[in-house]
Ligand binder design. Structure first.
Ligand code: A2P
Length: 300
């Protein structure tokens, strides 16, 4: 795969494609000054990012829309250069809620369509398929699905549009080897959230596992390539075909995270990084662990 800063889209099974790096935009709303997200998205686009990962539930989708519209008006990019992924929140699965919820996101963004719209738990697919047929979304995907839940969808009688992607936690301490293999076999792209090991906010992150970016091997590889541990971690995933969506609202780090197309890791280094896998999640979502569809009780 020849990935470059100017050209780093990878194919999706429905004929569309996805830039292999995107800017994550989740930031604790109460702790984030207004306008930070908008500013960050603009810096990201100027840096070369063409993929923005957002959600209505993040409470800053309007800022993403503002930034995108401004960059399009400026002539920096065209709408079709941009890949926006939105999300259907867990309380909006009833079929009659699906289209209005997607339309709300489109209204907030002031866009005609989103590139990818993803759901967290099976069931909403029929209503979403109609949204794709109506042109409101280009590709359909899921998030936090385990193998059984993916199979439930893939084996659904009358399935029209199969999910093109599964957005899950994925980084060197949680490499997801089995889910990745299963998804590759079914043409489902893995999108890695928390690819840098999260903000380590103890209110939602399991901080018992050590910080990923302090890892000795990752830092020594960084030294070898004159890169940071963060860049090594992102390179590791894109080099094995996993899309990464590092969140940063810091201009320097937004730029740093995009400088991953000018070096590559050797096969042995890839293997050594894979061996760091601890099989421990940073994002456990334990508040939902009693839900019958809680996805993380199963091995993968
Ligand atoms: P900030 O927005 O201040 O840059 P993840 O995407 O894995 O959830 O990680 C996001 C967290 O990592 C955020 O707290 C973000 O903070 C921080 N971060 C983003 N890029 C880097 C980087 N290159 N080096 C260190 N920390 C980073």
């Amino acid at each position: 795969m020849n990935l470059s800063a100017a050209n780093h889209r990878i194919p999706l099974s429905d004929g569309n494609s996805i830039p292999i790096i995107g800017l994550g935009t989740y930031s604790e709303p109460k702790l984030t000054p207004k306008g930070t997200c908008e500013k960050s998205v603009k810096i990201a686009i100027d840096t070369g990012y063409r993929h923005i990962d957002g959600a209505y539930i993040y409470q800053n989708e309007h800022e993403v829309g503002e930034a995108l519209r401004e960059k399009i008006a400026e002539g920096k990019v065209q709408r079709e250069d941009i890949f926006y992924c939105g999300k259907l929140w867990a309380t909006r699965h009833d079929p009659e809620m699906v289209r209005p919820t997607l339309e709300k996101t489109l209204n907030i963004l002031q866009l005609d369509y989103v590139d990818l719209y993803i759901i967290e738990i099976p069931m909403a697919l029929k209503a979403l398929e109609a949204c794709k047929d109506a042109g409101l979304v280009k590709s359909l995907g899921v998030s936090n699905f385990n193998r059984r839940q993916l199979e439930l969808i893939l084996n659904k009688p009358g399935l029209k549009h199969k999910p093109v992607s599964n957005q899950v936690e994925c980084h060197p301490y949680f490499t997801q080897p089995k889910l990745l293999k299963f998804c590759q076999q079914h043409d489902i792209v893995i999108i890695a959230y928390s690819p840098l090991g999260t903000s380590r906010n103890p209110s939602w992150v399991n901080v018992s596992s050590p910080p990923l970016l302090k890892d000795e091997l990752l830092n020594s590889l960084g030294k070898k390539y004159k890169k940071t541990a963060a860049q090594v971690v992102l390179r590791f995933n894109i080099q094995r075909g996993v899309v990464v969506i590092p969140k940063s609202f810091n201009p320097e780090r937004i730029k740093e995270n995009f400088q991953i197309f000018d070096f590559s890791l050797t096969e042995e280094e890839m293997k050594a990084i894979e061996a760091l896998n601890k099989n421990v999640r940073f994002v456990e979502m334990l508040m939902w662990c009693d839900h019958p569809e809680y996805p993380f009780h199963e091995e993968y």
